[in-house]
Each structure stands twice: as C-alpha cells, then as structure tokens.
Design a binder for this molecule. Structure first.
Ligand code: FAD
Length: 433
C-alpha cells in the first residue's frame, strides 16, 4: 500500500480567502484539490482588507493570476508611501486635528509594506471564479476525520463522507480540523478588543476626517481605542474600522459578532477629538460588533499531524493590529503548495507516497510554526500600543514608531522560503511570471 498514481487528492476544508487561494495554487500544480465549505455559497464580508508588497510576491509564486486579480480591484496608490499615525485624542478643533505640525504623531514609510487594499467579498469571488465548478462543494461542515488505509476520511455533519490523501484545515479561527488534530488542546480566546467596520464613499470620508485620508492609510490613536481608515476600490471608498479595548468577556464567543446600536461607538470615543468623536454618525443605526479572538493564549503545538495540517487562521489566528493575518496565510499557502507539488513529483518518480507526505507535512509545520506565533504575539502588542496600553511605548510617538518599524521590518523582510531545501525554493520560484 502507499504508492499511488498522481494526481494527489487534497481536501481543503474551508472556502475562505486562504482555502481558495491554496486550492488555486494546488490546481495550478496539477494537484486535485477540492474545497469543502460549510456555507451554502461563497461568503465574505464587504469590508476592506489589504495585502503587503511582500505577500504579493509570495502570492505571485502561488499563481501570478492572483496578483493580477488583486491589482484589478485595489486602491493602490503611488502616493501611499507611508502610513500616518495621528493623535486622535488631544486635538480640540478640526483644523488642529488635520494640522501635521500639531497632531501627526509619526509616519512610517511603507517600503515593501505598500498595502494594496480591496473588498474582501470581491476578492474571494474573483478567486473563486478561477476555479472549475467541481473544485468546490458547499454545505459541507467538517465534524471530524480519521485516517484509514493511508487515506483521510472526512466526516461532515450531514452524515456524508469524503476521502483524500491529505486534509488541509483552512477552516479559520474555530477550526474543526485543529480541534480533532490536537484533541482540543488549542483554542481561540478573546483578545479583549472589538471592532466596528464600515465603508463610505471617499468624499464622505474626506468631509468627516479631512483630505489626509484620501491617499494614505491613517490611524488615529488614543486611550483604549483607535480609528483606522484607508481607501479601497481604486480610491472610491473609504474603509473605516474602529478598534476598542473591552474589559468584559465577549457575549457570544462562538459567533464572535453581536448587533449593537451605533451609540456604542460614540461611547468608545467619548472625550476624543471632535472628528473622531463624531465618527459614529457615518455608521448605520445598527452595527455589527466583531469580537477579536486569536490563538495567542492557546497556540497549537504543531501545525501538522498524520495526514492533516493547519493553514491560515486555523493555524495562527491573529488580532488585526498588524493587518497581516491573511498575508501570513499567503505564506502558508505557498509553502504547502510547494511541498505538496514536490510530493507529487516524488510519487510520479515511483517513491513511496506515505513517507514523502509525512515528511512534507512535518516540514510545513517546522517552517511555519515560529512565524505564526510571532505574528499573533506581536499583533496583540501593536493593538495595546495603539490603545496607549503598552508599557514600553506608552504615549511616546518616537518609541511607538521605533517599535512599529521594528515589527514591520520583520513582517516584510521575512524569507518564507528560507526554511526549505534549495530545490524546494527553486520549485516555488518557478511559478512566477
Ligand atoms: P476564514 O476567512 O475564517 O475562512 C474560513 C472558512 O472556513 C470560512 O469560509 C468558513 O465558513 C469555513 N469553515 C469554518 N469551519 C468549517 C467547517 N467545520 N467545515 C467546513 N468549512 C468551515 N489580514 C490581512 O492580511 N490584511 C488585512 O488588512 C486584514 N484586516 C483584517 C481586519 C479585521 C477587522 C480582521 C478581524 C482581520 C483582518 N485580517 C487581515 C485577517 C484576515 O481576515 C484573516 O487572516 C483571513 O480572513 C483568514 O482567512 P482564512 O481563509 O484562513 O479563514
């Protein structure tokens, strides 16, 4: 038993951003990836999010068409050479709030950060259109899996099953794959922060917050809360996210969302500068509040066991304060696509599949575990810093800037392929345009 004729059969559990991207990468490499998604169709929120320049380089190695897609829907701007951090608390007038000499805390050059923003739901749909119809099966919620005769058998909550050579758990923060793989040893916890997101036409955003928000990402910092905004959709919309510290536990930890009145946002920014204090007016009366959960308190001890492994948020769900959760998932996707391509090549050459696969999944875990942990740890730290709750930086703009640049540096200069053997690195690079 053990050696099979390719293509390798890969079950991707979860059709979110990272599951779909991974499936695209695998199919490009001639691997038969099937997505099993619990929802009845593609679903994502209409909120903005962004990929760094470094993530785009890794994405290009997964499939250059992904970068082309992102480019076609991004608010990328040559003017966006820095992220600006403003004092959202002390200014008492709009003039003062927009006056760089008085209220700009610091700027950080974006360098290879150079975020390209897009609307999540659009990007997901665009990626899904790159897959053949038979590559995704909806209404399939993974309940468990086991390994029988060198196969993974997936069990879904509708009683059906599916079989594959490998299972990639791309099933997000409350990953069922992780639960089974690690027998519940690792689980997501509340970061004691929450977010309220909206998007408005760019002119509405400019009227509320000033011309400064039209081109650059602007974050307005203050005690226990910050307001981040950046243009998306080719500069036509302003993505706005309020992030706030929460002392109490989140009311519904499984759903992670709760509907609230927009007056809650007004309370978050009580005492802040007038523009920030009034931001609640740009929200609809009822808003969704998202509890922010991560794996910082209970991280997985491994990302792979047997024939299963964890990819994306399932492995390293992070708070959004460094804005690179999905970017880190892109890194995972490249590494697992490369390793599985190499397994498939070995199987073609007549090598024993079982051994090659086991080794590849352990290499994946070894290559990704430390990076994933670093990301969720430092992302939490950044959130505390933005909320003026992080002791080492306090409210000091210079210390904040230094800390931020140190972390950004590690985000974008990290060589994802370094832990791999030279031939695997070359294999990964061979898929670039
Ligand atoms: P998910 O997006 O959670 O997808 C998981 C999928 O699995 C879903 O479709 C779900 O329905 C499905 N699923 C779950 N359980 C099962 C099951 N048992 N069986 C079958 N299917 C299942 N990252 C960035 O890089 N840049 C940003 O600008 C950025 N901004 C962010 C802003 C906010 C406010 C937040 C909260 C996060 C942000 N992130 C950002 C992080 C990013 O959103 C996540 O890292 C990314 O969405 C993870 O993608 P994923 O595919 O791993 O998981």
């Amino acid at each position: 038993m053990g050696s099979i004729a390719p293509p390798l059969q890969v079950a991707v559990v979860g059709g979110g951003i990272i599951g779909v991207m991974t499936a695209i990468g695998l199919r490009r490499r001639g691997i038969n990836a099937i997505i099993y998604e619990r929802a009845s169709t593609w679903h994502e929120v209409s909120a903005g999010f962004a990929f760094t320049g470094a993530a785009r380089e890794w994405m290009e190695m997964i499939d250059p068409a992904l970068v082309e897609l992102l480019s076609s829907m991004s608010g990328k701007s040559d003017a966006s050479t820095s992220n600006a951090y403003w004092n959202g608390f002390h200014p008492r007038t709009n003039e003062e709030a927009e006056d760089e000499s008085k209220s700009l805390l610091f700027r950080t050059p974006t360098n290879n950060l150079s975020f390209w923003g897009c609307v999540r739901s659009q990007f997901l749909k665009g990626m899904a259109a790159m897959l053949p119809e038979e590559a995704s099966i909806f209404g399939k919620q993974l309940a468990g899996y086991d390994e029988v005769n060198d196969k993974v058998i997936l069990h879904f909550d509708d009683g059906s099953t599916a079989e594959a050579d490998v299972l990639l758990g791309c099933d997000g923060i409350h990953s069922a794959t992780r639960k089974v793989m690690l027998a519940g040893e690792s689980r997501a916890g509340f970061s004691h922060t929450a977010t309220y997101r909206t998007m408005v036409p760019i002119d509405v955003g400019i009227k509320a917050l000033g011309q400064k928000v039209a081109k650059n990402a602007c974050n307005h910092l203050g005690p226990n809360a910050d307001l981040l905004c950046y243009p998306v959709m080719s500069m036509t919309l302003l993505n706005i996210a309020v992030f706030a510290y929460e002392d109490s536990e989140f009311p519904d930890p499984d759903r992670m969302t709760v509907q609230v009145d927009r007056s809650e946002i007004a309370k978050v920014f009580q005492g802040f500068s007038p523009q920030i204090a009034d931001i609640w007016k740009l929200y609809p009366e009822k808003v969704v509040k998202w509890g922010i959960f991560d794996l910082e308190d209970n991280p997985p001890s491994t990302y792979a066991r047997g024939r299963a492994c964890l990819v994306g948020d399932a492995a390293h769900a992070s708070t959004p304060y460094m804005g690179v959760g999905a970017c880190t998932g892109v890194e995972d996707a490249l590494v697992i696509c490369t390793l599985l391509e190499s397994v498939q090549q070995k199987a073609l050459a007549g090598e024993e599949l079982k051994e090659a696969l086991g080794e590849a999944l352990q290499t994946y875990s070894g290559a990704r575990l430390e990076r994933g942990r670093w990301i969720h740890h430092h992302s939490r730290q950044m959130g505390q810093m933005y909320h003026w709750r992080y002791g080492p930086t306090g409210r000091d703009p210079q210390r904040m800037k230094q800390k931020l640049e140190e972390n950004w540096g590690k985000v974008v200069t990290y060589d994802v392929l370094a832990p791999l053997q030279p031939e695997l690195r070359a294999l990964a690079r061979s898929h670039r345009k």
